[in-house]
Design a binder for this molecule. Structure first.
Ligand SMILES: [Zn+2]
Length: 69
């Protein structure tokens, strides 16, 4: 699409969508909490796992279960 076609499409989109809604530019940055990924096998976070890297395959090794109490 040529530059003229892009400008035509921008004018068309602006006519029914309006300007982009970017929100308040002076608003404070929100901290987004990252979800903790849990291992489906042992239910412990992947951070506690050992990553085993092999030239052909990479996998994670579950940590030893902690004794209760
Ligand atoms: Zn695991």
């Amino acid at each position: 699409m040529s530059n003229k076609g892009v400008r035509w499409y921008d004018r068309l989109a602006l006519s029914f969508m309006g300007p982009p809604q970017v929100g308040d530019l002076s608003a404070p940055v929100r901290e987004i909490e990252q979800p903790v990924r849990l291992c489906p096998t042992c239910g412990i976070s992947y951070d506690a796992h050992e990553v085993v890297r092999d030239p052909r395959l990479t996998w994670t090794r579950c940590p030893e279960p902690q004794p209760a109490g």
